[in-house]
Design a protein around this ligand. Structure first.
Ligand code: UT7
Length: 312
């Protein structure tokens, strides 16, 4: 059996930290409102040199180190991002060159905030079919360039960063299953137009309600399909959009918050980078241990959603 096993993870956060207090000097908001409504206290903001490619490259280097692999071992690169540096080449090709990875398939996947779960599903299909042995999956985002810094409804939410995971095809369990979905009929409640000066547009409460409903539905389906219950899950590693969405989903599943990895307090919502950033934080802090069952989930523009069940 070809499982996609996690060998190593890595991440990168921009040097500059923007706190709620600093934001409340430029827009009509407060630390208290942001923390109560979202759980976010600060976010990292990329400089002009901390590009999607650069951050993704550094995160990937750390993942390779943790995996004890060198760039020449990698035989596929998938990057998830909705903030690429160029229309083309893909960010995956740019990172391939920066890391010195020999010629191999390299491409980007775009599913907004659900991107990393889509990416997991994609690489798992290649590993299961035998077409990839050592894929590298990277989520990297500069959300700050899509944010209207005058719009308090959205500018308090987002941050920049990157996370990466190096996998190997293995007989030992890794990714057990993935579930992905989309509903394009909801395209207008969360989007960014492709034209100069366009920013994130979001109907926050509509997105909130659909997120909680869909995440509970798809997480329960994942557990059922794998003949597991919530008691078998050691860690929920959710997309970090809003602490209230995470809590509501955990509550509906019957999972205590002590078994949920939370990074949004310091990272904000980093879209496709949020799940690998949380995964890396959980692993490096020693919370997530080998052999444990992880349930990853995400929800975002599209609308898109997904879960991945992993034995670490
Ligand atoms: O990752 C992709 C998916 N995105 C999400 O998951 C985001 C989902 N949505 C959310 O997280 C929440 O809906 C928000 C955090 C965006 C908003 O929270 P809310 O509890 O739904 O607030 P609201 O939009 O209903 O606004 C409540 C009030 C409004 O004032 P009025 O109309 O009641 O007078 C807003 O104008 O809060 C006001 N408000 C703010 N006040 C201070 C909105 N943003 C702010 C702010 N500071 N930053």
């Amino acid at each position: 059996m070809n499982y996609s096993k996690i060998l190593g993870t890595g991440s990168y956060l921009p040097k500059k930290i923007l706190t709620n207090e600093e934001l409340s000097k430029t827009v009509e908001t407060s630390h208290q409102w942001i923390v109560e409504r979202t759980g976010i206290a600060a976010r990292h903001i990329a400089s002009t040199t901390e590009t999607t490619t650069r951050m993704g490259t550094i995160a990937a280097k750390k993942a390779l180190e943790a995996a004890d692999l060198s760039p020449k071992d990698i035989d596929m690169i998938v990057v998830v991002t909705c903030t690429p540096d160029k229309f083309f080449p893909s960010t995956a090709c740019l990172i391939q060159q920066e890391l010195g990875i020999p010629p191999c398939p390299a491409f980007d996947v775009q599913a907004a905030c659900s991107g990393f779960i889509y990416g997991l599903s994609v690489i798992d299909q290649f590993v299961r079919s035998g077409m990839a042995k050592r894929p590298l999956l990277i989520g990297s985002e500069v959300m700050s360039k899509l944010v209207d810094w005058q719009d308090r409804r959205t500018c308090v939410l987002f941050g920049d960063g990157a996370g990466a995971v190096a996998f190997a095809a293995s007989d030992e369990p890794g990714i057990l299953s993935t579930e992905i979905g989309a509903d394009g009929y909801q395209k207008d409640i969360l989007y960014v137009d492709n034209k100069p000066g366009a920013f994130i547009q979001m109907e926050g409460s509509a997105v909130f309600k659909l997120a909680v409903m869909k995440l509970e539905e798809v997480a329960s389906k994942t557990l059922k399909n794998n003949h597991l219950t919530v008691h078998d899950i050691d860690w929920l590693v959710p997309h970090q959009a809003n602490i209230r969405i995470i809590k509501a989903t955990a509550d509906k599943l019957g999972l205590p918050m002590e078994r949920v990895i939370i990074t949004l307090t310091e990272h904000g919502n980093t879209s496709g980078a949020s799940v690998p950033l949380a995964l890396d934080a959980g692993i490096r802090s020693g919370k997530i241990k080998r052999g444990q069952h992880l349930l990853l989930e995400a929800f975002g523009g599209g609308l898109t959603w997904g879960t991945a069940l992993i034995r670490y």
